[in-house]
Design a protein around this ligand. Structure first.
Ligand SMILES: Nc1ncnc2c1ncn2[C@@H]1O[C@H](COP(=O)(O)OP(=O)(O)OP(=O)(O)O)[C@@H](O)[C@H]1O
Ligand SMILES: [Mg+2]
Length: 432
């Protein structure tokens, strides 16, 4: 007798389900996508043991009708597309009708929902894909999904899960990704009873600032060409390299695109890129987890990105146009006490308990950019590293910069200064 045998259909189905849902973060992703598709304005995520014990996602979306509740855990059951052609005009995040059935097969799932047209809620409980009950319960309009005992019937998958700490990190990353793509939606993330994220509806910039606790807002550049629009937010002083790419609101991965961004932005850059390209030019059906996309006109997509970084770049200036008071004759003395210049590159100054190190070239460049609106001109006409400056020149530079509203970054997004609290120096000297 040979060694090969065909697996029974139940086992094959389980494995297929396990391919889409490999770990708790995949469950979180699918449930958040469903909440977003249901037009939720607020999404609450809670997990225990990195999702191994419990994953709960609660939303205030439109809810699920009582008669639809038992259907949602069936394979291929979706309200989002009807026929194959619809795949080319997918506007929702989900469309396969597989996520909930896959999750249900490998866990104990409790779906509680009240549709906006109903005056009461209903709850469905299923274990290993089999519905155990449907009952009436009190629930506000919206949906709560609780997933427990994940992979109880797939011991191998369970064994391959990482520590709760690692799984937690992946969950946080997932929630952060969707929170960046949907700043108009409130997100809460609670892990092991601790609040990890609590995000109110806001703008993209505010959301980036809040999530990553940046010192100053990211730079923003927009571009468009005949196939679509692109908008990028970037911050060049980050702890590592991190790129988020969203295509029509969907987080995506595309190797060429990642490489392109890395080449353009270099290391230590946080970038959030939004692309808007008509759905018929994008194939999202490449991978069952829908992360990988193929562009039908890749060259035009790269051309669109080129515009973000190339000649036609139009960065939003760090502040409003320079006011006339910034011209030398009207300048007020700076609020800084100039301490000196080091290595003919940095201006060192003191103000209110901090020692500031200014990059003399960038300091001059932001001022000139505000005056000329021309990056190349601003850069060329500015003081260079290596220029020896008198105290008067340094004071003038700082006065001009102050008159401008003290922009923290240059037109390329680099920080103009770095500061250290004098208190920290005292501490180092044992005076703290
Ligand atoms: N939070 C929710 N609010 C309202 N309806 C929901 C919610 N979650 C699921 N549904 C309903 O259940 C159906 C099945 O969800 P499921 O995630 O399995 O499939 P899908 O989202 O249609 O496609 P995909 O498998 O690509 O995610 C959805 O089409 C939707 O009608
Ligand atoms: Mg879905």
């Amino acid at each position: 007798m040979g060694e090969i045998r065909v697996l029974p259909p139940e086992v094959r189905k389980l494995i297929a389900a396990g391919e889409v849902i490999e770990r708790p973060a995949n469950v979180v992703k699918e449930l958040i996508e469903n909440s977003l598709d249901a037009q939720a304005k607020s999404i609450y995520v809670e997990t225990l043991q990195g999702g191994k014990h419990l994953i709960e996602v609660r939303d205030n979306g439109k809810g699920i009708l009582k008669e639809d509740l038992p259907k949602v855990i069936l394979e291929g059951a979706t309200s989002k597309i009807e026929k194959a052609e619809d795949l080319f005009s997918v506007k929702t995040l989900g469309f396969r009708g597989e996520a909930l059935s896959s999750i249900a097969k490998v866990s104990r799932i409790t779906l509680t929902s009240r549709h906006f047209s109903q005056d009461r809620g209903y709850q469905l409980l299923a274990r290993g894909g089999k519905a155990e009950y449907l009952r009436e319960v009190a629930h506000p309009v919206g949906t709560t999904v609780v997933v427990e005992e994940l992979f109880f019937n797939l011991p191998v998958r369970l064994k391959f899960l990482k520590t709760a700490k690692t799984e937690r990190k992946l969950i946080t990353e997932t929630v952060v990704t969707y929170a960046l793509a949907n700043p108009q939606v409130a997100f809460t993330l609670i892990q092991e009873g601790k609040t990890v994220l609590e995000l109110k509806p806001s703008s993209v910039e505010e959301r980036i600032l809040e999530i990553f606790k940046l010192d100053y807002p990211p730079f923003r550049v927009q571009a468009q060409n005949e196939i679509g629009k692109a908008e990028i937010f970037y911050y060049t002083n980050f702890r590592s390299n991190k790129f988020f790419v969203f295509l029509n609101g969907r987080p995506i991965f595309n190797k060429e695109l990642q490489t392109y961004l890395k080449n353009k932005l270099g290391y230590k850059t946080l970038a959030v890129l939004f692309l808007e390209i008509p759905p018929y030019l994008v194939d999202v059906n490449v991978h069952p987890r829908k992360e990988e996309v193929r562009f039908l006109q890749q060259r035009k997509v790269l051309n669109l990105l080129g515009k973000l970084f190339g000649e036609e770049k139009t960065p939003t200036p760090p502040t409003e146009v320079l006011k006339s008071s910034a011209y030398t004759e009207y300048l007020k003395p700076p609020q800084f006490e100039i301490l000196g210049q080091i290595e003919e590159t940095l201006i060192v100054a003191y103000r209110k308990g901090f020692i500031y190190f200014f990059d003399q070239h960038l300091l001059d460049e932001v001022v000139n950019f505000a005056l000329t609106r021309d990056e190349t001109k601003a850069c060329k006409s500015s003081i260079k590293a290596g220029d020896k400056l008198s105290k008067k020149q340094m004071e003038e530079l700082l006065s001009r910069w102050e008159a401008l509203g003290q922009p923290k970054t240059c037109p390329h997004g680099r920080p103009v200064f770095f500061k250290i609290p004098v208190g920290e120096i005292f501490k180092k000297l044992g005076r703290g």
